[in-house]
Ligand binder design. Structure first.
Ligand SMILES: NC(=O)c1ccc[n+]([C@@H]2O[C@H](COP(=O)([O-])OP(=O)(O)OC[C@H]3O[C@@H](n4cnc5c(N)ncnc54)[C@H](OP(=O)(O)O)[C@@H]3O)[C@@H](O)[C@H]2O)c1
Length: 319
């Protein structure tokens, strides 16, 4: 069976990362010839590197996933480098793709961290500019939101074709578990597994636990990116989410239960909660390119915990 992707060349920046590996694998399975540049050879923050990459690979599609990403702690420690590196990577890639003769479409991945701190729930794409993001993730969120403007004005002035997707918090097998960069789900899985092994009576958890999140399984996010890369082209950004909101407290309790840790969870309200609530409206993704998230949260969590237990050495590494 032939597919849209048969024989097409696609550059997936960040294609060796958590999300990128799954996207690259799906495109390859559909017949695409996928190039995955590594940061050690192609540092996209450096001017000229993105142009060279596209001249060497001649892709019809660029899926730009490369980014520096982390949890609240990482965002607090490195706001300046997160802002600048993410801004530069996206800016260079968008501009290089605009002028590269082979490139038909550029696919950009935003973040739910770009939404204003107090966005009405569910977050609709039209609310993106209605306020300042939650402070701890604003530098990252604003840098990524600037890519949307860049792509929109390039489309208006030069006709650059693009799709811009806004996934909510991702989780799944292959996530990063190192404490310096991990998000809440991998961080708590690792902590609960270790506390259980050591017989610790209690573990400390950041914040009050009352903030809510929406978690999207990595395979569902990758499926949306592949579909949108083929089928969606518009100035309008598109949310990717599940429509299920769950508090951090419920999330951590569920992880502890699934891991089998029965010690006490001690909440530390002196640490930040992050954005108070998060749930996006995913209706546009279904209407525009027929995507809907498939993985039930408990099942996705089970896969993630099982993957962690089977791959601890790899998962605990920094990169
Ligand atoms: N994880 C989430 O919860 C989440 C949620 C919403 C949106 N997103 C977005 O989804 C995308 C993928 O995130 P992820 O979680 O998969 O991140 P990840 O695992 O950290 O992967 C990011 C990749 O970016 C590459 N990279 C970093 N700095 C680079 C540079 N200077 N030049 C070239 N490449 C560079 C790295 O390549 P090397 O491995 O070669 O160093 C890395 O593999 C990002 O755009 C992120 O903003 C993620």
């Amino acid at each position: 069976m032939t597919t849209f992707w048969d024989g097409r060349r696609v550059v997936v920046t960040g294609g060796a990362g958590f999300l990128g590996r799954v996207v690259a694998g799906k495109l390859e399975a559909l017949g695409a010839n996928v190039a995955v540049p590594r940061s050690r050879d192609h540092d996209l923050t450096v001017p000229g590197v993105a142009e060279r990459l596209l001249a060497d690979t001649q892709p019809s599609h660029v899926v730009h996933l490369a980014a520096r990403v982390g949890g609240i702690g990482f965002n607090q420690e490195e706001p300046a480098s997160l802002y600048l590196s993410n801004l530069l990577m996206g800016t260079h890639m968008i501009e290089a793709a605009r002028v590269a003769p082979s490139v038909e479409k550029t696919v950009l991945i935003g973040t739910v961290c770009s939404y204003p701190k107090f966005t009405p729930v569910p977050f609709r794409e039209g609310s993106l500019w209605d306020g300042y993001p939650e402070e701890t993730n604003a530098p990252y969120g604003i840098a990524k939101k600037a890519h949307l403007i860049h792509a929109q004005v390039n489309r208006a002035q030069y006709g650059q074709r693009f799709a811009y997707l806004i996934p909510t918090n991702l989780y799944g097998p292959g996530d990063k578990f190192h404490p310096s960069v991990s998000h809440v789900i991998p961080a708590r899985i690792k902590r609960c597994v270790e506390a259980k092994e050591r017989g610790e009576q209690k573990i400390e958890v950041w914040g009050t636990g009352t903030a809510s999140r929406e978690y999207l399984y990595v395979d569902d996010a990758a499926e949306a990116i592949v579909l949108a890369s083929e089928l969606y082209e518009s100035s309008e950004p598109v949310n990717l989410g599940t429509n299920r909101e769950i508090t951090i407290r419920e999330t951590v309790e569920l992880i502890a239960q699934m891991v089998g840790y029965d010690g006490e969870l001690v909440w530390d309200p002196t640490k930040p909660d992050g954005q108070p609530r998060r749930r996006v409206d995913p209706a546009r993704a279904e209407a525009e390119f027929g995507w809907r998230a498939q993985m039930p949260f408990e099942q996705g969590l089970r896969h993630t915990i099982d993957w962690y237990l089977a791959n601890r050495e790899q998962a605990d590494r920094l990169n």
